[in-house]
Design a protein around this ligand. Structure first.
Ligand code: SAM
Length: 288
């Protein structure tokens, strides 16, 4: 039975067959194909502005802060002195916006493959693209995998805010990418990569965590809640070269005043710890 109405966008993807998520569209603000992917921006009745790449929701104005804050502050708050940070992907600017808030971060380098995503985000998604205005940021347009080959012992933290492993992002989910990130880190460096949802993509979660564990002495999977991602949940694989780091125990704990002044709406030290607590069936799968 077709219950979908006109003016509704329906996401569907081979990575989560048989179920889908839809939202009502007020206006199509942008729709074009770039050199790398199909790009859509919608104004919607319930989610604010929404960015869609190759038919897959990347971020919505309603819940993007959960993803951006967690992918940024989980690694940053585990590192004793995260002065220099590399962001791979992140063409909407949301991760740069949040990384720039950390008081110890002095320098941010970002490499995004698609200049069109940056341009469109600046025009239609300024609440995230404000990140591109940070004085700490140097922005490059290029492939994150290729960029990594040319950098060694340079970064304290590397955050991979990539789209799902379809199209240009496939290489960012492979074991050799984790090996390249390891070489690009300074001693005691930390990586954090988008790694999918355990509800629909257990294989992806297991593989990405395995690749990370093969390269880093400390590695774990953490999750956050994002209602507009498949099954409302997404996870991150985090790896540390510093063996003394306990990933679920942040070394930097922000006070309530700091959280307020940084305008953090999702991240705090309690949610940091909780993010590493996994359901029994997930623990069983990733330990097998
Ligand atoms: N939060 C989103 C999610 O989890 O779906 C990701 C948002 S961000 C828009 C993803 C970005 O990764 C896109 O702008 C895409 O162009 C970029 N990207 C994909 N593959 C890349 C690569 N190989 N190098 C650099 N950037 C890449």
């Amino acid at each position: 039975m077709d219950t979908m109405k006109k003016n509704w966008f329906t996401e569907s993807c081979e990575m989560w067959p048989g179920s889908t998520f839809s939202f009502e569209v007020k206006e199509v603000l942008y729709h074009e194909r770039s050199q790398f992917q199909d790009i859509q921006v919608f104004d919607t009745t319930s989610l604010g502005k929404v960015l869609v790449l190759d038919g897959i929701i990347q971020c919505t104005q309603k819940d993007e802060f959960s993803y951006q804050e967690m992918i940024s502050f989980l690694p940053l708050c585990c590192h004793k002195n995260p002065e220099k940070v590399l962001i791979v992907g992140g063409g909407d600017g949301g991760v740069a916006r949040d990384v720039a808030k950390h008081p110890k971060v002095k320098e941010i380098v970002q490499v995004e493959i698609d200049a069109k995503v940056i341009e469109v985000s600046k025009k239609y998604l300024p609440f995230m693209a404000v990140g591109f205005e940070s004085k700490k940021l140097t922005l490059h347009v290029g492939d994150g995998f290729e960029f990594m080959k040319n950098h060694s012992h340079e970064f304290d933290v590397i955050i991979t805010d990539s789209s799902d492993p379809i199209g240009p992002a496939v290489s960012l989910f492979q074991e050799n990418y984790f090996a390249l990130m390891k070489s690009a880190l300074k001693p005691n460096g930390i990586v954090c990569s988008q790694a999918g949802t355990f509800w629909e993509s257990m294989g992806l979660v297991k593989n990405t965590l395995r690749f990370c564990k093969n390269q880093f002495p400390i590695a774990a999977y953490a999750t956050t809640s994002v209602p507009t991602y498949p099954c409302g949940q997404i996870g991150f694989v985090i790896g540390s070269l510093d063996e003394s780091v306990k990933l679920d125990q942040p070394t930097t704990k922000f006070s309530l005043e700091e959280i307020k002044s940084m305008n953090l709406r999702y991240y705090n030290s309690d949610i940091h710890k909780a993010a590493f607590s996994l359901p029994s069936f997930v623990k069983k799968e990733i330990e097998s």
